[in-house]
Design a protein around this ligand. Structure first.
Ligand code: CDV
Length: 309
């Protein structure tokens, strides 16, 4: 039997300053792509909002004052060179970016293109963390809820790269529903980019646990759904804000098979055997045999906690 082994490169980024132009950033992405080609990768995975600094950390009175951080098309004028280069190498691309639609909607989005240059799909972030109004008590803002809408598109899974592939973005990775939605579509590889500041203003007691929580939720999501998970950071100190790195490629067993060791631009590569997923999907997590959806009504029927009286 021919095994379906996909060679995946997670392209962690170090900080992007607010002065850095798209062209300069794309040069960095191209340097990582060159390394991925040298290492014969089939797919390169860049992080969330990989083309700009993490702009929701600054409040602007007018939403449109941040419009220069958004892409109006993908590929666009400055990014086409990246997709062309990847296509020339036969490498697929996952890229996170801020999307501004023709009718004025703003989403935190990722795109997946296969090794022939075909767009597999796009994903718009479902779980939008942070806040919508200026909160000056914080050392820095996390205004994702001001600059991005919650997407209602849900979690899709696509046939690509000889397997079943899905996407999620940053905060999505903390929610078990994210993985299970895709698990129920048979997902074998989930691609996740993230920007996670080490300081969490609403509860700084969580700061020292950021790295633990990052791996905890992605490893659990991988294991409980029998899928590969690729988590890719934009880490390091960006505009004075220190963010988590520790990008990781996680097997369906929940084990980390590759992990970044710096907080800078760094490529990690792993052979992802998609057939490994069956060991979990057809045994402990044989959903069709063991799940009890009739017992899980609250999960879709209820949003917040309703404690018994
Ligand atoms: N970009 C993100 O979604 N960041 C969030 C916040 C809460 C730090 C995260 O969950 O990592």
């Amino acid at each position: 039997m021919i095994r379906r082994v996909l060679r995946v490169a997670a392209a962690q980024l170090g900080p992007i300053s607010r002065e850095e132009s798209r062209i300069e950033v794309v040069k960095r992405l191209l340097a990582l792509l060159d390394q991925a080609a040298e290492q014969r990768a089939d797919l390169i995975v860049y992080p969330e909002l990989a083309l700009t600094t993490f702009f929701p950390r600054w409040y602007t009175e007018e939403l449109s004052d941040h419009d220069h951080y958004y892409e109006r098309s993908m590929p666009g004028p400055e990014t086409r060179v990246l997709f062309d280069a990847a296509n020339a190498h036969g490498i697929g691309v996952h890229l996170g970016y801020a999307e501004l639609t023709d009718d004025g909607h703003r989403y935190n989005t990722s795109i997946l293109v296969d090794g022939t240059g075909r767009t597999v799909g796009t994903y718009r972030k479902v779980h939008i963390p942070g806040h919508a109004d200026n909160e000056p008590w914080r050392p820095f803002q996390h205004l994702e809820r001001r600059y991005f809408e919650e997407s209602n598109d849900g979690f899709r899974v696509w046939r690509a790269f000889g397997g079943l592939v899905g996407m999620a973005i940053c905060n999505d990775r903390r929610w078990p529903e994210t993985y299970r939605e895709m698990g129920l579509q048979g997902v074998e590889l989930i691609l996740i980019g993230y920007n996670t500041p080490l300081h969490y203003a609403p509860d700084p007691a969580q700061n020292p646990l950021q790295a633990f929580h990052n791996h905890l939720c992605m490893q659990a999501g991988a294991y409980q759904n029998g899928t590969w998970v690729v988590g890719v950071a934009k880490g390091g100190t960006e505009e004075g804000v220190e963010s988590l790195a520790q990008s990781a490629i996680i097997a369906p067993s929940g084990q980390i098979v590759a992990q970044a060791v710096t907080t800078e631009d760094e490529l990690i590569v792993a052979n992802c055997d998609l057939d490994w997923c069956r060991h979990y999907k057809e045994t402990l997590f044989d959903f069709a045999r063991y799940r009890r959806p009739e017992m899980y009504g609250r999960i879709t029927g209820q949003k917040g906690v309703e404690a018994p009286s």
